[in-house]
Write a protein that binds this ligand. Structure first.
Ligand code: JB2
Length: 221
């Protein structure tokens, strides 16, 4: 959508670091911010917009006429759950695609997607609902990003890579062509993934190997 188009104001759900980047993308695309909801409802300004309550306010805000929202939290499971709540309250989830991202005309986008500045989404890649393609990440052709996954900054996915629902590919990781990463899997920062990653597992390293323990927070984006 062009920057001069008229958009409905957007309710941003989440008011942490990720929300700041999403708000930048929205504003750069011509959206205005109606306000933010956060689990910490303390009134304050975040990225120059007011925190106006917590998620219990969704039905009231919808009844008052707000209709468009974005879920701006990096935790994939939380983003998926809150996205469902916002939809159940009657909100339409908008896509925050920074104008400095490059998205192929043949790529397809779900709803509630975030594509940050410098990201590339190449031909015939499918980006599922609530997925994040973060700053400077490259997703080559025929990718399949399932709902609520997160492709962290500077990740490189080669062609025909599938990323399962709620999976996290950590900052700077590389994935060779045709690999499938299972739902809820975690790929550590900087990993080189040269084979499939089973659902719910964590891998790290060059080449990536299975971790036999839960990933430390430092491996998260
Ligand atoms: O259920 C919730 C909820 N749970 C946590 N509903 C709402 N509305 N808000 C919730 N929160 C809020 O999300 C917390 O109170 C907090 O304000 C915010 C999370 O902020 P934080 O800065 O910790 O994380 P983030 O999700 O904004 O960003 C993470 O993910 C990004 C992708 C960080 O790891 C970033 O560094 C990363 N770039």
């Amino acid at each position: 959508m062009g920057a001069r188009e008229q958009h409905d104001p957007v309710l941003v759900i989440g008011a942490g670091g990720h929300a700041k980047v999403v708000i930048d993308s929205l504003r750069a695309s011509g959206f205005t911010i109606a306000g933010l909801l956060d689990a910490d409802a303390t009134p304050r300004q975040v990225a120059g917009a007011p925190v106006i309550g917590d998620d219990f306010h969704l039905p009231r805000l919808r009844a008052e006429g707000l209709s468009h929202a974005v879920v701006a939290m990096g935790d994939n499971a939380v983003r998926e759950r809150v996205g469902a709540s916002a939809r159940a309250a009657g909100f339409t989830l908008v896509n925050a695609v920074h104008p400095a991202a490059t998205v192929s005309p043949s790529a397809s986008m779900g709803e509630g997607v975030a594509v940050m500045a410098g990201a590339v989404v190449n031909a015939e890649t499918r980006v599922g609902d609530l997925a994040i393609v973060n700053t400077g990440a490259c997703v080559d052709h025929d990718g399949d990003l399932l709902p609520a996954c997160h492709i962290a900054p500077r990740v490189a996915l080669a062609g025909n890579v599938r990323v399962g629902a709620r999976a996290l590919v950590g900052v700077g990781a590389s994935v060779i062509p045709g690999v499938s990463i299972g739902a809820d899997a975690v790929v550590g920062a900087g990993a080189a993934v040269i084979g499939d990653v089973a659902a719910g597992t964590a891998v790290a390293g060059v080449p990536a190997r299975l971790l036999h323990r839960a990933p430390p927070p430092s491996l998260q984006a």
